[in-house]
Design a protein around this ligand. Structure first.
Ligand code: M6R
Length: 612
């Protein structure tokens, strides 16, 4: 999705902005641009294509300004073209704007502006913003900063949709204006300089102190001062938050790709996520929650709502919540949940899982659950992200920044945290089960079990070579293994572009088996001793029809021969996806590499999906 960077300080802004945009490339984009404030006013340089191509445009060398805004665009309204790239200017070329998000009522606003003599150069929704600001600024006829703030505030009140906006204006050469609603934006506080970004990692090398803007908060930045206002232009006080992520966690280091680095970071991410939450022979420690037995007994249903990989993490823990806590648990896709009028009541507990915390559908689903009176918990990897601002309670995974579009360490950390949450519920409810103690112990051991898988990946690499020419693949498992099959299939399709489907192994016979023919790969996952015989039978059925099989298991395979078997350690079937997913992540990674694809930035995808 789109990315935003801004700089105001003493240094030349252009290289800082380009550097920030390069760090945001992982979000996915199709065009890029910057605007700086020069002595004779705003200058823009923009193009369709990569950030690096901006450096080939001669005008960029003339940008000397120390105040600037920058943007990578992921087209929503209007094709990727130079003209549609941000920044956009008003007709008088006095106001420049970059914008993330979508202005839903832009057609109506465009009509209004056209009727007032404004012309439009682009097909974007964004171009209405600088023109509307200009319209109100002229109408106000007050050329003070207050007059300009009023123009921004009036503009914002007219906008429907989501936005994070940076604004420059020729009358205020030493200032930058930013505001957001439902789209991420952070302000990095430096010494004599300040930074803006849609994502913390882009400016992590400059500062660790961040102001997190809430919806409809407006900030006016100077190089050594920041003032905050609400939409009625009353001043508000904000304190910066210190972020503990270090810069190396947002760099590739010795790895070829972020995805591989993040796969290898999983043991660390899990250890950090567990932190002091689990101590041997003690109850789970979740300071962030204050739930009582009575409250938990009053819950009519738990909903876990998320998108993509985060939703798969939810599926993996349903078993813990239902079997130990005896609370009916539904796992929902956020984009469906928000439109299906779910039977959420004030006695429902809704848990929203999102690595970025900025996924538009997940945010909307959370707002819906709140409007129905449910209690809400956000599970996110990003401190101060939108879902954590919105929810009643927030729990953080501590996976560090996840840069690769394909989510890996966030998934395993989310399962760990959700499992901890489930055990906390069970303990608070007074459930005493040996298995719960075992799961706690195994959560502590799982990082070293993952390290074992990562020690030798040669068999996975060899099998990946056999798959690169394939068009289809199937992932199967039963029970909890079927949830990890979903995640494995998603990993494969998103970075290797091989069509892959996951099935509960027992469902194959009800249709999909018709697609099995000579050489098709079927990946089987078996970690549940109670279900392995069944899955083995299903795999035999596809072998008979010519499939080649790749199996991830810690079970005895009863003398059945598969083309490749990746052995993982014993692990409780309540949390086995944390371990069994690792060979599947690696398989997808090596196939993508073998095919020469861009592993970290797969086509058409964005890291953080901030529009519907
Ligand atoms: O930031 P979120 O966890 O809300 O993102 C949800 C999905 O967009 C994300 O997990 C997506 O499915 C990944 N690309 C999968 O690898």
């Amino acid at each position: 999705m789109c990315g935003i960077v801004g700089y105001i300080g003493k240094k030349k802004a252009e290289p800082i902005l380009i550097n920030g945009l390069l760090r945001l490339e992982y979000r996915g984009y199709d065009s890029a641009g910057i605007a700086t404030m020069e002595e004779d006013g705003i200058k823009t340089v923009k193009n369709k294509g990569r950030v690096a191509c901006l450096l080939d445009i001669p005008e960029i060398d003339k940008l000397e300004g120390t105040v600037g805004i920058a943007h990578t665009r992921w087209a929503t309204h209007g094709k990727p073209t130079d003209i549609n790239s941000h920044p956009h200017l008003d007709n008088k070329k006095t106001t420049a704007v970059v914008h993330n998000g979508i202005i839903e009522n832009y057609i109506e606003l465009k009509e209004f502006l056209k009727n007032n003599g404004y012309e439009f150069l682009s097909q974007t929704d964004t171009e209405v913003i600088p023109n509307l600001i200009n319209y109100y600024y002229e109408k106000e006829n007050d050329k003070t900063e207050n007059g300009f703030l009023r123009a921004i505030s009036k503009t914002i009140k007219d906008l429907k949709g989501s936005f994070a906006i940076e604004v420059l204006n020729n009358d205020f050469k030493d200032k930058m204006f930013v505001i957001r609603k439902d789209s991420p934006l952070v302000i990095g506080k430096g010494e004599g300089e300040n930074y803006i970004s849609s994502d913390i990692p882009a400016i992590l090398s400059f500062t660790r102190d961040f102001y997190l803007l809430e919806d409809y908060e407006l900030a006016v930045l100077e190089k050594d001062n920041i003032e905050f206002y609400n939409l009625d232009l009353q001043k508000i006080e904000k304190t910066p938050k210190n972020i503990t992520w270090d810069m190396s966690s947002a760099e590739k280091g010795d790895y070829d790709d972020f995805m591989l680095k993040e796969i290898y970071e999983q043991p660390k991410a899990i250890r950090e996520t567990i932190g002091a939450r689990i101590t041997k022979n003690q109850k789970i420690n979740l300071d962030e929650l204050d739930f009582t037995k009575e409250y938990l007994e009053s819950i009519d249903r738990i909903y876990i709502v998320a998108c993509g990989t985060a939703m798969h993490a939810g599926l993996a823990v349903r078993k813990i919540l239902e079997e130990f806590c005896k609370i009916q648990t539904e796992v929902d896709i956020a984009s469906e949940f928000r439109y299906r009028n779910p039977l959420v009541t004030k006695n429902s507990l809704c848990i929203f899982v999102s690595q970025s915390g900025e996924t538009a559908d997940t945010i909307a689903a959370l707002k819906l659950a709140k409007s129905k009176g449910a209690k809400t918990i956000a599970i996110s990897n990003v401190i101060g992200s939108s879902i954590t601002n919105e929810a009643d309670y927030s729990l953080y995974t501590h996976a560090g920044p996840e840069i690769a579009v394909a989510s890996t360490k966030a998934y395993t950390s989310q399962i760990v945290l959700l499992a901890i949450l489930g055990i906390y519920f069970a303990e608070t409810l007074g459930v005493v089960e040996k298995e719960l103690e075992k799961i706690k112990e195994e959560l502590l051991q799982v990082p070293s079990k993952i390290e074992d898988v990562l020690k030798d990946t040669s068999k996975i690499k060899v099998f990946a070579q056999k798959m690169i020419k394939e068009k289809n693949a199937f992932y199967v498992g039963r029970g909890i293994d079927s949830t990890v099959a979903m995640e494995g299939a998603l990993k494969l399709k998103e970075i290797s572009y091989i069509h892959s489907e996951s099935y509960s192994a027992g469902e194959l016979k009800h249709g999909a088996i018709a697609l099995i023919e000579n050489g098709v790969t079927v990946v089987g996952i078996m970690t549940d001793p109670d279900l392995k015989h069944k899955t083995i039978s299903n795999l035999q059925e596809v072998i008979t029809r010519g499939a080649k099989t790749f199996v991830v298991t810690n079970q005895d395979l009863e003398n059945v021969t598969f083309d490749e078997v990746i052995r993982i350690d014993e692990i409780s079937p309540y949390i086995s996806p944390i371990l069994s997913v690792v060979p599947l992540q690696l398989l997808a990674y090596y196939i993508s590499k073998e095919k020469g694809l861009d592993v970290d930035k797969p086509r058409n995808l964005a890291k953080s999906v901030t529009v519907e």
